[in-house]
Design a protein around this ligand. Structure first.
Ligand SMILES: *Cc1c(COP(=O)(O)O)cnc(C)c1O
Length: 453
């Protein structure tokens, strides 16, 4: 067999012109979002927050949705991302497995989130929107939206979880450099934020709190919309450009994954990489395993409940059917900030609920151990979020060593870790501990679920 190169490229001409919508192939797509009254959310209510084109994508059952030309041109500044063969890692692990990864950190935002920030800015601009509001946890989404808003000439106001704003001041500076206004959340710029601060002045915030603030501002401002970096169907749809590229790249080398692995925060990069492959499983019965990896400190898919829940703490967003730990969840300060969300994409959740995908939860110390090993061997410092996928991929590769099976493993390396150096510093000093999620916390979190039936 011909040697497979270290990097498998696509030319600009070969890049995907369509996103893949898994709702077309799902036997049971997720049920509709519900309003506070427990009835399906009227589209007008959502149109106050999102442009019509994105709402159409949210509800669409079309299998392929065309990527607009201007979006493809913007993608072209950093896509297609090569498919990497991790030869050095294979050798270091002594595994017969073939390990591949897509690296999504090679753009100004440093993560896959730019893949959806660009179309979101584009569709809002096309509808005459002048301002986008959003929240950001670790800062990757905020950076991506700031970069996309700069590209398309839209104002950007971002609520950054206070704990992260303190841990990662450089993220805030990049966003501001791209022209964004950044508030540490809870802030005194919204009624919701002021309410939280009145009760708990030292509150370090959560994504749930920041979302409530961003939604409140969007609803109160003229020609403003809200923008979400994960969870929603249209966000996951945009991310499928990753998996569509990977399908084409595997076709070039005549290989195909037996196992697809990605970390899950809200589920967008998992869906983005895995859905095009899962589509082939659903349509053609291709046998591939799909593994979603989450932190044991935020075990949404492995220990959460499949139920209707809000996206935010204030209950401003519609309720989605999803795996959730409860929207009142305030997670411990684990370093993979992008994986700290209480819920998960409805599409990823329904796949898990029907056992079409697997989920595993990993401890923080194991994840950082894998991250450092990967950095030493492959020469790339991953984001702690991405390291969850790396850690799981290494375990699968070691299982292949045990069994002697030469499986093909594909994982998503969602971003670089250059803004996570404080976390690496803690790890190097031996200060990283495992924040276990107790049954007590689980019970308390789930007590906040809305009761619709
Ligand atoms: C946000 C983020 C994630 C998790 O978000 P998903 O929506 O689950 O993909 C993972 N990795 C990085 C680098 C991120 O920025």
């Amino acid at each position: 067999m011909k040697r497979i190169p270290n990097k498998i490229y696509l030319s600009e001409k070969e890049t995907p012109k369509f996103w893949y919508n898994i709702a077309a192939d799902l036997p049971n797509p997720p049920p509709p979002p519900l309003g506070k009254d427990g009835k399906p959310c009227p589209p007008e209510q959502l149109a106050a927050l999102f442009p019509i084109e994105l709402l159409k994508q949210e509800m669409s059952r079309e299998r392929y949705i065309e990527i607009p030309k201007k979006v493809r041109e913007a993608y072209m500044t950093y896509r297609p991302s090569p498919l990497n063969r991790a030869y050095r890692l294979e050798k270091a692990l002594g595994t017969p497995a073939r390990i591949y990864y897509k690296y999504e950190g090679n753009n100004p935002s440093g993560s896959h989130k730019l893949n959806t920030a660009i179309p979101q800015a584009y569709y809002n601009k096309a509808e005459g929107i002048k301002k986008l509001t959003t929240e950001t946890g670790a800062g990757q989404w905020g950076t991506a939206l700031a970069a996309a808003c700069a590209m398309f000439g839209i104002e950007d106001v971002t609520y950054m979880v206070k704990a992260s704003a303190q841990q990662k001041p450089y993220r805030k500076i990049i966003m501001e450099t791209f022209g964004a206004q950044v508030h540490a959340s809870p802030s005194d710029t919204t009624e919701f934020g002021r309410g939280v601060l009145a009760k708990d002045p030292g509150c370090r915030g959560s994504l749930g709190t920041a979302i409530s603030e961003a939604v409140e501002l969007a609803l109160k401002s003229e020609k403003a919309h809200y923008s979400l970096g994960s969870v929603l169907n249209h966000v996951v749809l945009h991310q499928t450009v990753i998996g569509e590229e990977a399908l084409l790249q595997f076709a070039k080398i005549d290989d195909y994954p037996d196992i697809v692995i990605a970390c899950v925060g809200g589920g967008s990069n998992f869906g983005g990489l895995a859905f095009p492959f899962i589509g082939k499983t659903l349509r053609e019965g291709v046998r591939t395993r799909y593994v979603a990896v989450e932190p044991s400190a935020c075990p949404t898919l492995t220990r959460g409940k499949y139920a209707y829940d809000y996206g935010d703490m204030g209950g401003f967003t519609p309720a989605l059917m999803q795996y959730t730990l409860g929207s009142g969840f305030i997670p411990s300060g684990i370093h993979a900030g992008g994986l700290r969300y209480h819920g998960a994409s409805g599409l990823v959740s329904v796949l898990k609920h029907e056992n079409r995908i697997e989920a595993v939860a990993l401890s923080q110390t194991d994840v950082f151990g894998a991250a450092v090993k990967f950095a030493e061997i492959e020469g790339l410092l991953p984001a702690p979020e991405s390291a969850h996928a790396i850690c799981a991929a290494m375990s699968e590769a070691l299982a292949c060593k045990e069994s002697g099976e030469a499986k093909t493993i594909l994982f998503n390396l969602t971003g670089h870790g250059y803004f996570d150096l404080a976390a690496y510093d803690e790890y190097n000093k031996g200060n990283i501990t495992d924040a276990a999620y107790s049954d007590e916390e689980l019970k308390n979190g789930l007590a906040s679920l809305p009761d619709f039936k």
